[in-house]
Design a protein around this ligand. Sequence first.
Ligand code: GSH
Length: 230
Amino acid sequence: MAQNDQNETVKLIGTWSSPFALRARVALHLKSVKYEYLDEPDVLNAKSELLIKSNPIHKKVPVLIHGDVSICESLNIVQYVDEAWPSVPSILPSHPYDRANARFWAQYVDDKVFASLDAVGGAKDDEGRMAAAGKLMECLATLEEAFQKSSKGLGFFGGENLGFLDIACGTILGPVSVIEAFSGVKFLRQETTPGLIQWAEKFKAHEAVKPYMPTAEEFLAFAKKKFGVE
Ligand code: GSH
């Protein structure tokens, strides 16, 4: 059942390939919020006026427009959605320590994991690529440890149910699959990240994720076009 009334306009500006827009879509789906989705088909080169007006600082997607306010930055949007529609399910954990811990690791994903992904993708030579790949492996092994501790064997970072940290970490799956395909190196390995491998399958199959998550093939085709690779 939709959680918002008909006079309350909710719009999301995104682009289908954006792992960050995915976060917002999953959060809105979990809360059964009805919204209009506005796709920016070429957000790097052709931004709509609405996007520039709604996110004048970064000019990036996603942006959530709720009535007459705009909320920017994907993790911020997920937290806003959780607070603005306080119905079940809760996206952030209820205990203050668990909330702080989930936010800590979400920040780790954005600061460290994405930085290593960018470094592998942007490396100038093999030596640089090898060093960046090593760093990415370390980051994923660290995330595996965090997963083992916080999931307590229940499947998701937050336990039985998909929550904030799952939404935050789900963003790495598309980019990791692209880097794996480009480099021929497996970064999510049974020996080092067995928990994350199982979690990734569960995450992708979740009913709040599946409709919005491009397949590895779609991500790869998009990345090849973006980087002009045959
Ligand atoms: N930190 C931002 C968030 O979490 O929302 C990152 C958002 C982001 O990088 N969005 C990309 C974008 O809009 C699409 S995946 N890029 C446009 C640009 O860089 O001009």
